[in-house]
Design a protein around this ligand. Structure first.
Ligand SMILES: [Zn+2]
Length: 127
């Protein structure tokens, strides 16, 4: 009856393994699932906000890369966790604001227009 004994041992081992996995899943804190490329939110550095409750990244506790489509050129972009951290914590961007334009479009908007908006000076001709 060696095989029966072995089978029993295997069952026992499997049960132990499952129990161990279950126990670990229950005790491990959720924040250990934070993605590697995410950035922890420093809530003290954020611009003041009120009344509407914590924005998703504050509730979550970290920034994650967010895909978005540029409003101007319809190009798919990623607003990276680092860029979000800079925007909210360094530039003090409103916590409910989000990226809507790609870098190229933002640069175009900031750049002076190709055509001068200042009208040429009229020469006053002495009559
Ligand atoms: Zn764009």
């Amino acid at each position: 009856m060696a095989s029966g004994k072995k089978r029993k041992a295997e069952l026992e081992a499997g049960r132990k393994k499952r129990a161990e996995r279950k126990r670990r899943a229950a005790t491990e804190p959720m924040r250990s699932t934070r993605p590697v490329d995410s950035v922890v939110v420093n809530t003290a550095a954020l611009a003041a906000y009120n009344s509407y409750g914590a924005p998703p990244f504050v509730a979550r506790g970290y920034y994650v890369d967010e895909p978005f489509t540029c409003k101007e050129c319809d190009v798919e972009q990623v607003w990276t966790a680092r860029q979000q951290q800079w925007w909210y914590e360094v530039a003090q961007g409103p916590v409910y604001s989000r990226a809507i334009r790609c870098r190229a479009c933002r640069r175009t908007m900031k750049a002076p227009p190709a055509v001068a908006t200042v009208p040429p000076r009229r020469r006053t001709s002495p009559i």
